[in-house]
Ligand binder design. Structure first.
Ligand code: SF4
Length: 375
């Protein structure tokens, strides 16, 4: 970390604790336009901003209700993109805002801006939601309470279906102009049969025809495990199947539609997919703070790690416009009660973030977990 003065260094928290605190409390920004545009709405975690602390780029909530009252504040960027991070008004570190992606200024021949097709996450990840619709989203009785997949579409900040050709074109530009290193393909769930695997196959094939970039595909477990080999053969390097919550009660309350795919089906799919993609190349997203206890999360992580699945545990961020907009984020104490133990677990099993070929687990920007991965 680039510290400000020797006096301040003595009182600074370890970088992993600082990241953890920032992601729990959020950040007040003097200049919301600094660096890469903050992600607002969309699938999965959102309402974040990318900032770089030392050599780690992390996503920090900036648009959430809680962020307005955070003890953390960041100044607007200096000419070199650096800024000062303050805690309770006292400067504690120098940070940087990753620069806006160059590919954002390009558009397709028919005038569609590239940023509506895929977005830069962190500083070197290209991410897209291939299908911006989900069978579970339109009905609050089935939708995931934390999800904002329909917001960006309603506000014309994206398109409903990104074609393989469009994504190949954008991925090529992002690699060549911005040095993007890997790609995340997520999708709304289009049906209860392949649950998105078919469209992810066709998309991965189109991207790999345009540019050689490691790809993570994310979907619910398809009914037929034969899809895992099809995904790999189409060019998918790693797979994410996201539990989000780990106990049946919390799943039923927070994600009533997705909870109809039982935990046992997820675990069956994890075992089958690790055989195809390899240990550590299958991951799951767990949102801490939805109601699962620390013990339940740790128990689930032990089971996942034993199978060879990387448990990417992320603090839940209440997203504006969703039913959970006013729910609290997990406290730093809660995150501290699980992340160091999970870090030791994955390091001990040799399935660390750094060993993953592509995807959220490799990027790691939405959690402090990777900082704790020491055996
Ligand atoms: S961890 Fe995943 S969702 Fe978070 S910034 Fe990285 S790629 Fe995006």
């Amino acid at each position: 970390m680039d510290h400000l003065s020797p006096q301040l260094m003595t009182s600074l928290p370890e970088p992993e604790h600082l990241i953890l605190d920032l992601q729990s409390f959020g950040l007040r920004l003097n200049d919301l336009n600094a660096g890469v545009a903050a992600r607002k709405g969309g699938a999965g975690p959102t309402d974040h901003k990318a900032i770089t602390i030392g050599d780690r780029t992390v996503m920090v909530p900036v648009y959430t209700g809680a962020a307005k009252y955070s003890p953390f504040e960041a100044t607007g960027p200096a000419l070199d993109g650096s800024a000062i991070l303050l805690r309770d008004g006292a400067p504690i570190a120098k940070i940087k805002y990753p620069r806006q992606a160059r590919f954002y200024s390009l558009q397709t021949f028919d005038g569609l801006p590239y940023w509506k097709i895929a977005q830069l996450h962190s500083h070197d990840v290209l991410a897209t939601t291939v299908l911006q619709n989900c069978i579970r989203y339109t009905d609050r009785a089935t939708s995931c309470q934390f999800c904002a997949i329909g917001q960006s579409l309603a506000e014309n900040r994206t398109i409903a279906h990104k074609t393989p050709e469009q994504l190949g074109e954008v991925a090529r530009a992002a690699v060549l102009l911005d040095g993007v290193k890997h790609m995340v393909l997520t999708t709304g769930t289009p049906n209860v049969i392949d649950r998105g695997a078919a469209v992810l196959c066709e998309t991965a094939r189109g991207i790999k025809a345009a540019i050689d970039i490691p790809i993570q595909a994310q979907c619910e477990p398809p009914r037929d495990h034969g899809w895992f080999a099809k995904l790999r053969d189409a060019g998918v390097d790693t797979l994410g199947m996201h539990l989000e919550a780990v106990t049946p009660e919390v799943r039923a309350r927070i994600m009533p539609g997705k909870a109809t795919v039982s935990l046992e089906r997820y675990y069956d799919a994890f075992e089958a997919s690790v055989k195809i993609f390899g240990r550590g190349q299958v991951s799951t997203y767990i949102l801490a703070g939805l109601g699962d206890t620390a013990e339940a999360i740790l128990e689930a992580c032990e089971r996942l790690v034993a199978i060879g699945v990387y448990p990417f545990v992320v603090p839940f961020v209440p997203v504006s416009g969703t039913p959970l907009a006013n729910a609290p984020a997990p406290t730093p104490e809660f995150m501290r009660s699980i992340l160091p133990a999970i870090g030791r677990m994955v390091a001990g099993a040799r399935i660390r973030s750094a060993d993953i070929k592509a995807g959220c687990g490799k990027c790691g920007a939405c959690s402090a977990l990777a900082s704790y991965e020491v055996a």
